[in-house]
Design a protein around this ligand. Sequence first.
Ligand SMILES: [Zn+2]
Ligand SMILES: [Zn+2]
Length: 474
Amino acid sequence: MPKTASLEIHQINVGQGDSTLVVLRDLPALKNCVGRAANTMEPIDYLPYCITNGRSLVNSVKKALLVDAGNDCYGFAVREYCENVGAIDSSKVSQDNFFMLVTHYHDDHHDGLRCVMRDPDPKGGKPIEKCRPAEFYRLEPFARRDRAIGTTGIIVEEIASQVVAKRGNDRRKQTEVWYIPQGGKNEAKGNNPASQWCFNLGNGVGNLPIAIKAVASERAVFAGENQDVEHVPAKPRKGKKKGTIDENDRSVALVIEYGSFRHFLAGDAGGSEGTVYADVERVLAQQMELNMPIARAPKKAKFKSAGHCCSLKLNHHGTKYANDAQFLATLRPRLAVIPAGVKIYFHGHPTKETVNRLTAASWLKQNGTTRVTNTIDQIVATEVASKGKGKSFNPDTNNRIKVLGDIVIRPVDEDILAAQTAMSNGQSIRIQVYGNREQTPLPANSTCALRNPEDAATSGNYPVAPLEVVCSQH
Ligand SMILES: [Zn+2]
Ligand SMILES: [Zn+2]
């Protein structure tokens, strides 16, 4: 049976930063982009074929959501990436199918968003607008809730005011700005019952919806439509006013759900290790088990374990202060994705402690008694330093991490449909993962260096032979 992939999750390499592009592909339109050559290959290979052969992918994307865009210096590359995969149509400014979301107000996540939207004027005048997303999702205005340190929120205010300033007379072409509610819960209002905040990407195979759900935000976790959100206690900050928290604690956590496939991403959310960050992961693990239970009913998404996500983007670039063993024990991911690197920052990510947790034989659950066998099959990273600030760096002594550059994650449609229609658990879902080896150019006098990416064992149109991860938690 031919393999297709409607959903694409692109982890764009922005060094020590974060940027994820989620795409719903229009499969017949993609086939048209390939042309006659489409008869000689599997449909899942159309996308790399078009990229490798410089085919335009404009109008082959139904809808795309860009979550964060790294630092300023990466923003233009992120825009170019979005254009190359057809998520942004560079022939026009207003983008009907392109949306943006910011997880929290740190420069390695939000600064690049403004460069996605505009170019600087070479004559030093007003910036030139290049891309106007249809909608922009953000946390509530800075300082409305917690006092967060280490950030100003100025850039996000700037982006928001820029899009508002563009309203003019043509209301259809405005960017609408929306707030993501605390804990991902839309409170009941008028005739609308309470609900989970959700971005609808559209429908994939078998008309199955692809939903991007907020499971946490602003140091609170979604606890079901009929429950109040669960607030995560803040860690006290030395010498700071009571209620002052780290901006990372406010990160929006999202689950991309497509039938029985789930991918988790949560900006710089923290765990139990360390004294600075709120333990968002502990509450998340508990609530995800309650709100994403085991499912066996026919014609429904099927999950063998509660709270399971097939793939996981590590929290906070793979820091040791997050990515707890007990969190891994709940999610039981098959694939771990690390957004890390060097260039303007080097924070020592991913840490040895995190890599050790990812490769441990088993994980202890929060109850302190249940042991879960390690489920991770592949660990992939955008890039990893081999030298940081003049010192050699290797958190990965057993060589488990595959350095891939920009990373594409695609669950196989046919498997998702098979899991959906199966009468019982047991159906596996294949997830294809590949990269392009694209690494950050470092200045000649840099005191950092990068580990070489995976060997260019090119396979057909793939820059690096694709990996296939099989997730059997369904
Ligand atoms: Zn952050
Ligand atoms: Zn960050």
